[in-house]
Design a protein around this ligand. Structure first.
Ligand SMILES: Nc1ncnc2c1ncn2[C@@H]1O[C@H](COP(=O)(O)OP(=O)(O)O)[C@@H](O)[C@H]1O
Ligand SMILES: [Mg+2]
Length: 504
């Protein structure tokens, strides 16, 4: 291919947007690649929680869903929870009580939903704007009654037992109607009593919210209302159960409404058990099911599926960019024109199932290739750059995770000359979760059973490709040296996490 075109191909790779929210609607519709059964699942009208690590395509999936819904005449609002509330940092301000911060969060969220739907009504996008406006009025007045309360201080000791009372579900009719209040009482003996702190002490009062949400849903009929909540994990962890509780009690049961939430699994807290009840959403129960992009994009068992997905992803993303750069279409398949044989499979491995990482590594590789075709060495160098630039920063902030990764690397890469290992599911720790969230470890197999000891479940992990090639050192990694094959046999791959580092 002419050098000028080769240069354009590389430039197009560098220009692919890294975040779905920075692309426009029509581009997102044209660039979306369905990932197996995942796409069919999230298109359903069921309430769902969409789990995925950074860059796995949660926002793209939600925006694509919004587009589909709107095309069928439904009303869909995509709410980025990072943008809720005007005073940034308020929810994290520890000078305020959780009750105050929680109340503010709930009111701000309802306000944001109101604002979006108000625009829908005013723009005449709904069938009966007056009905929607009436519902929205009800929503505004209901929002003023939503409140997170701390446990009331009615502690009294009587006969060695402490009685604690707290107001539960309080429902107030909007126009001075009946006021019903239920009171729960719990008795605990002094000996078993422990001072509980944090979210466990709280209740959320909703007032007439549920009815108001139903009025809004009725106001957009016959259309369905899709509430797409993005960036759930940006909400402070201690406040998440309040928002989840609001959804479970006042939105999920409403006819004609579908809720989808995008979250990072280990930075999400949807559920808190209480003495006799719970706060939030029981994920996986009938209220809301969980779907995982982390699992949908693990292509370990089928490298062909992974390659097909990423070939399509790159072809679609560069198409509009190349169209604006070149007058003539690029002949043939984009990936074959831009990559030397062997370089693209290497890129797919380096991406570890995360589209944003694939895009970033491809852009860096394209930069290294200047005006030439991208080689495997370019990809490895790019993966190393990306590891150092993006992924490594996480462990420099988390000592425990850093230490654990060091031990795993010494054992798995240093001694066993491998990149993969098995870990008993019950040995999984918070530090392992942190490393997975940071894309330094990847779960590539779930629920592997040891044939010699059935009943014990293991997960298969891989140390991140970028981390691995960085460890190999520059020249060694740049040479066309193949990575070790993934090994998941029980005599070779099991790591005894509690004992790791003690026997060295
Ligand atoms: N299924 C997909 N098809 C096409 N592009 C995708 C897909 N999933 C993710 N991407 C791309 O990967 C990048 C990261 O996706 P994004 O939705 O922003 O991730 P997340 O919200 O999970 O952090 C974006 O450029 C997006 O367009
Ligand atoms: Mg996102």
């Amino acid at each position: 291919m002419a050098p000028a075109i080769q240069l354009h191909l590389n430039q197009a790779l560098m220009r692919i947007p890294r975040r779905a929210e920075s692309a426009d609607r029509s581009t997102l519709a044209a660039t979306y690649v369905a990932a197996g059964s995942f796409s069919a699942m999230i298109n359903s009208a069921d309430h769902q929680i969409l789990f995925g690590r950074r860059g796995t395509g949660k926002t793209h999936a939600l925006l694509h869903l919004q587009d589909l819904a709107e095309r069928t005449g439904d009303i869909a609002i995509h709410l980025d929870l990072r943008t809720i509330g005007s005073t940034g940092g308020l929810y994290a301000n520890t000078a305020l009580s959780p009750a105050q911060r929680g109340t503010q969060l709930l009111v701000d969220t309802l306000e944001a939903v109101h604002e979006r739907l108000f625009a829908v009504a005013v723009d005449g996008e709904s069938a009966d704007p007056d009905a929607l406006l009436r519902g929205l009025d009800a929503l505004v007045s209901a929002a003023t009654e939503v409140e997170v309360i701390g446990e009331t201080e009615q502690e009294q000791t009587s006969g060695g037992a402490v009685e604690r009372g707290y107001a539960a579900e309080l429902s107030v009719a909007p126009n001075g109607g009946a006021k019903a209040s239920a009171r729960h009482r719990t008795s605990v003996t002094t000996s078993s009593r422990r001072k509980r702190t944090g979210v466990e002490q709280h209740r959320v009062l909703f007032g007439p919210l549920s009815r108001a949400v139903q009025a809004v849903a009725d106001g957009v009929r016959p259309a369905r209302l899709w509430l797409l909540l993005d960036e759930w994990s940006s909400v402070p962890l201690d406040l998440q159960p309040f928002l989840a509780d609001l959804l479970r009690r006042s939105v999920l049961p409403v006819r004609g409404v579908t809720v989808k939430i995008a979250a990072i699994e280990h930075r999400a807290r949807f559920f808190v058990p209480l003495d006799e009840d719970y706060l939030g959403i029981e994920v996986g129960s009938d209220a809301a099911s969980a779907v995982s992009l982390d699992e949908a994009l693990v292509f370990d068992r089928s490298p062909e599926a992974a390659q097909a997905f990423f070939r399509e992803l790159f072809a679609r993303h560069v198409r509009p960019i190349l169209a604006s750069m070149l007058r003539t279409a690029v002949p043939g398949e984009f990936v074959d024109a831009a990559f030397h044989g062997g370089a693209f499979p290497e890129l797919v491995r380096a991406a570890e199932g995360v589209p944003r990482d694939a895009i970033n590594i491809a852009a860096l590789a394209a930069q290294h290739a200047h005006g030439g075709r991208i080689t495997g060495a370019h990809v490895r160098r790019a993966a190393r750059d990306w590891y150092l630039r993006d992924k490594q920063s996480v462990i420099s902030r988390d000592e425990e995770a850093d230490l654990l990764l060091g031990l795993l690397i010494d054992e798995v890469v240093g001694r066993r000359r491998s990149r993969t290992f098995l870990l008993a599911a019950r040995d999984r720790t918070a530090a392992i979760d942190t490393l997975c969230d940071a894309r330094l470890l990847h779960i590539v197999r779930h629920g592997v059973v040891d044939p010699r000891r059935p009943g014990r479940l293991y997960d298969g992990y891989a140390i991140d490709y970028g981390c691995y090639v960085t460890l190999l050192g520059g020249p060694a990694a740049d040479a066309a040296k193949p990575l070790p094959a993934d090994v998941f046999t029980f005599d070779k791959a099991v790591i005894d996490l509690p004992r790791l580092g003690r026997n060295s």
